[in-house]
Design a protein. Structure first.
Lengths: 127, 139
């Protein structure tokens, strides 16, 4: 049971990381757009707690319960910015690239954990 | 809803396109930094400015970017005393383009930096997709 839960957790975290990376990509693309405010995805703890109990539809984009493809992982909010330029743009390229690197690293960790557990399970089935 | 990793590639590509449009306009400005008219009192080349705007993709719900417009700058032309020039007016003044090469070069640097950042994001997204595919690989 705990191992199966690990797979679910890893894929959920990866889904969240992908949504986060999409937010970062949007921020970087709009790094020179006047008045653009940098976006951020809600923390994973929050999406986890909303998944374990019941999905609360606080947003019109929320999907009905039972569809686990999108468990509130793409709720974006304006984030705490490092700097705001004169044009009203709050994207810091450095901050975004640091985030992108961190997301990539976490994603790699998740896939590696899943891979090694999968290998363990396969090994246990061998003679 | 589409896969966020796929939408990253789309967003990144939009960013690359916007920045290369900017780069193209900057190079036009620099190329025409000395383009005057050829009739007396004629207006020279006018500096062009690119503006960006963020656009929400209906399918992906992510913010892509697009070029909102390429407009003529409103800064006044420089005047230089060059009697005998085809574009000189009665007093001998020729209107030169309102292009400041230093500004253009600085802008180019910024465009370059933004382009690189977009490229980096695309690379990372591709990496993530590869990692997912690699989970299937038995080794």
């Amino acid at each position: 049971m705990s191992q199966l839960y690990l797979f679910a957790l890893a894929s959920q975290n990866n889904r969240w990381l992908s949504a986060r990376q999409a937010a970062v990509a949007g921020n970087v693309a709009n790094a020179n757009t006047p008045g653009y405010k940098a976006q951020e995805v809600a923390p994973f703890e929050q999406t986890m707690s909303s998944v374990s109990t019941e999905l609360t539809a606080t947003n019109s984009r929320h999907m009905a319960l039972g569809d686990t493809r999108r468990t509130g992982t793409t709720d974006t909010t304006t984030k705490v910015e490092w700097e705001t330029t004169h044009s009203g743009n709050s994207v810091s390229l450095e901050q975004e690239l640091i985030n992108a690197g961190e997301i990539n690293r976490s994603y790699r960790l998740n896939t590696s954990v899943v891979k090694s557990f999968h290998r363990m399970m396969l090994n246990s089935m061998k003679v | 809803m589409a896969d966020p990793l796929q939408s990253i590639l789309k967003v990144g590509a939009a960013g690359l396109e916007a920045q290369s449009t900017r780069m193209r306009v900057l190079s036009e400005n620099i190329a025409n930094a000395n383009s005057t008219g050829n009739t007396p009192g004629a207006d020279p080349y006018t500096r062009k400015v690119v503006s960006f705007e963020s656009q929400i993709d209906d399918v992906e719900q992510t913010a892509t970017v697009r070029v909102a417009g390429i407009d003529a700058a409103t800064t006044p032309y420089k005047l230089e005393y060059m009697p005998g020039h085809p574009a000189a007016d009665q007093k001998g003044f020729v209107k030169l383009p309102n292009v400041d090469v230093m500004t253009e070069v600085a802008d180019m640097r910024e465009a370059n930096r933004s382009y690189e950042a977009n490229l980096q994001i695309i690379k990372q997204a591709r990496d993530m997709i590869n990692m997912t595919i690699d989970m299937l690989r038995s080794s």
